[in-house]
Write a protein that binds this ligand. Structure first.
Ligand SMILES: NC(=[NH2+])NCCC[C@H](N)C(=O)O
Ligand SMILES: [Mn+2]
Ligand SMILES: [Mn+2]
Length: 308
């Protein structure tokens, strides 16, 4: 909230890279979201929207993994830029909306968010909307792709160079994150989820309980002292609704279920920062996934169809 004007300022921060993936194309994500009208839609809801354009960073070399990690040096460089931009936005009292790019960029973004939340005495709650749990490490990852490891980095168990960026060994405590929509978990990730005690609302949970109950549970204890961060991997959605992603997995939440998820997050009034990642326009159908993303982000920021 800007105290001078009374309106909330959103900062769109483009991070055009597929550096943490092994499928090309996520680097075109920010511009596809712009073409789908993201800034205009949010401005139409009454927000002040600053589009900061795209960050610069190294090209993707498409090298094989070294010591279990693909493109580590470049992933560090991109995340440094993301950290700085998110830090600046939060320092100005704005709500950063990081437009990826692949999901490794959440390391920089959530590390900056964690630093600010701690400085302001807020408790941080992260909602990880994803088909995947992204809790691999360099020793467990089947691919070496860093977009499968951001949660480990944020929990303090990632590769040393990408861990501890928030000023504490771990940006997130194990009980500060809720996973929603999970349906693709590698064997060693299952073990990590169990030993770390992570709170996972997988597709079976959503099937059995519905999105309403799931979100009520995931948002429990979110109060006026909470900074809520949403890390939205577009492959959370069923690929029928969102085909434009590099690592799609059948059997995700429908468009309607995701709308309810977003609306219930908006209802808390505690949303403070967002990542929108893994959009791959090269695999999309007439920018459908970008348009779906824009509609869901509108709901995340409080657009409602209710007549009241
Ligand atoms: N952010 C994502 N789309 N992550 C996909 C990760 C896939 C797989 N678990 C891996 O580690 O390679
Ligand atoms: Mn994913
Ligand atoms: Mn992900």
């Amino acid at each position: 909230m800007n105290s001078s004007t009374g309106t909330t300022t959103l900062e769109l921060i483009g991070a055009p890279t597929d550096i943490g993936a092994s499928v090309r194309g996520a680097g075109m994500g920010p511009d596809a979201l712009r073409v789908a009208g993201l800034a205009e839609a949010l401005a139409g809801q009454g927000f002040t929207v600053l589009d900061r354009g795209n960050l610069a960073g190294p090209a993707t070399p498409w090298a094989p993994p070294a010591n279990g990690l693909r493109h580590l040096t470049e992933v560090i460089a991109w995340n440094r830029s993301v950290y700085a931009a998110v830090d600046t936005a939060l320092g100005a009292g704005h709500v950063p909306v990081m437009l990826g790019g692949d999901h490794c960029l959440a390391i920089g973004s959530i590390s900056a968010v964690a630093w600010h939340a701690r400085k302001r005495g807020k408790k941080l709650r992260v909602l990880w909307l994803d088909a995947h749990s992204d809790v691999n490490t360099e020793t467990t990852s089947p691919s070496g792709n860093l977009h499968g490891m951001p949660v480990s980095c944020l929990l303090g168990h990632g590769p040393a160079d990408l861990t501890g960026w928030s000023g504490e060994p771990a940006a997130l405590a194990h009980d500060a994150i809720r996973f929603i929509g999970i349906r693709s978990v590698d064997a060693d990730e299952k073990e990590a989820i169990r030993t770390l005690g992570l709170h996972v609302f997988d597709m079976r949970h959503i099937d059995e309980n519905g999105m309403r109950t799931t979100m009520t549970e995931a948002l429990q204890d979110v109060d006026e002292d909470t900074h809520l961060h949403v890390s939205f991997d577009l492959d959370c959605l069923d690929p029928a609704d969102a085909p434009g992603v590099g690592t799609g997995v059948r059997g995700g939440p429908t468009y309607r279920e995701m709308q309810l998820c977003m609306e219930m997050i908006a209802d808390t009034g505690r949303l403070g920062s967002v990542d929108v990642v893994e959009l791959n326009p090269a695999l999309d159908v007439r920018n459908q996934t970008a348009e779906v993303a824009v509609e869901l982000i509108e709901s995340l920021f409080g657009k409602s169809t209710l007549v009241r």
